[in-house]
Design a protein around this ligand. Structure first.
Ligand code: ASP
Length: 334
């Protein structure tokens, strides 16, 4: 497995604001990576970024043992949540601008049930708390201290999520940014969103993140919002998002991808059209990254993004677990 890419986003030169919302350039692929992926039904696992490879492995084991899509999705993303080397999810995730790690997570099954937690502190596995919200409460979303109290009442224990390295980086950021403004750029991301299709044809989606680095305290991104960060419908397929959450929320991104598949678009085409919608709603799109991945109920997969640095992991029975570099709206040298 390739190591997780650590993105030195703080040193990136900001890209100038663009007023235009139309880009004609298209298609940018890594010649070493498979350019298209499809499979004849389940099981299939697909997830965002390089850390998706390890998450896929865990999810695949559940499916191979006859487990269902929901269990597989939860099990998969828990690997990423527990990895302190991943600086965008769970323990080791970058804190908000006050130095507090707050986590967002959501889970959804293809039958329509869902649960989420927002701005949750001190809990190692927010995805499992989200699942408890779904299964043990009459609600869909719990936020902040209420979510934390619920987790404790459900038997979760507290963990210090701020690692020494994260704290050191945050202090450096604070010293170098007296204006105290969170960075908005193409590299402030790397949520894990993971989609599963089990042998019975059921779909599930899970999405978990520490959100945008050095965000305002209390900020919630797209990841725990059903329809924005993730969506699953057994009739059609599932989708999840990564990138600048505010932009994804404005377009109801993952719901849009699923609805486009419902209209007959392939997963890749649905993701491409959803990225175009994001671009239309966000004039600053050149400064931000947004990527979608999708899994249709027939097992076909796809993805698309604004900038070419996005990749995702796909696990199928015929081709194993591998990385895919999707096409992007802005070409590599664009
Ligand atoms: N979508 C996430 C958020 O805005 C960030 C990410 O993808 O890492 O919170």
């Amino acid at each position: 497995m390739k190591p997780v890419t650590r993105r030195n986003f703080l040193h990136r030169v900001p890209v100038a604001l663009s007023a235009a919302a139309v880009v004609t350039a298209c298609a940018d692929s890594d010649p070493d990576a498979p350019s298209a992926v499809s499979g004849p039904g389940g099981p299939v696992v697909i997830s965002t970024w390089q850390h998706g490879l390890a998450a896929n492995e865990a999810a695949w084991k559940v499916l191979q043992a006859g487990g269902n899509a929901l269990d597989a999705a939860e099990t998969g993303v828990k690997i990423t949540e527990a990895d302190p080397e991943v600086s965008t999810v769970g323990i080791g995730g970058r804190p908000d601008r006050d130095g507090i790690v707050t986590l967002d997570a959501a889970i959804m099954d293809g039958a329509g049930d869902c649960g989420s937690v927002m701005a949750l502190q001190d809990i190692l596995h927010p995805i499992s708390v989200a699942r408890r919200v779904m299964e043990n409460t009459p609600h869909v979303m719990l936020a902040g201290e209420g979510a934390r109290q619920f987790a404790l009442a459900e038997g979760f224990t507290t963990t210090n999520l701020l690692t020494e390295e994260s704290e050191r980086e945050w202090k450096k950021w604070k010293a170098e940014n007296p204006g105290y403004r969170p960075p908005i750029n193409v590299e402030n991301h790397d949520t894990i969103g993971l989609l599963t299709l089990d042998q019975d044809g059921h779909l599930a989606a899970a999405c978990t993140t520490s959100g945008a680095a050095y965000k305002y305290h209390g900020r919630v991104g797209d990841s725990p919002i059903v329809g924005a960060g993730l969506y699953a419908d057994n009739e059609v397929g599932a989708a999840t998002a990564t990138g600048w959450g505010e932009a994804v929320v404005r377009a109801c991104g993952s719901f849009l991808v699923v609805e486009l598949m419902r209209q007959g678009h392939s997963p890749t085409e649905a993701c491409r059209l959803a990225v175009e919608r994001v671009i239309a709603k966000n004039p600053d799109y050149r400064e931000i990254q947004v990527g979608f991945i999708a899994l249709a109920k027939d097992g076909t997969t796809g993805g698309y993004c604004i900038h070419p640095d996005f990749d995702y992991a796909v696990y199928t029975a015929d081709a194993g677990n591998r990385m895919v570099v999707p096409d992007s709206k802005i070409p590599r040298n664009g």
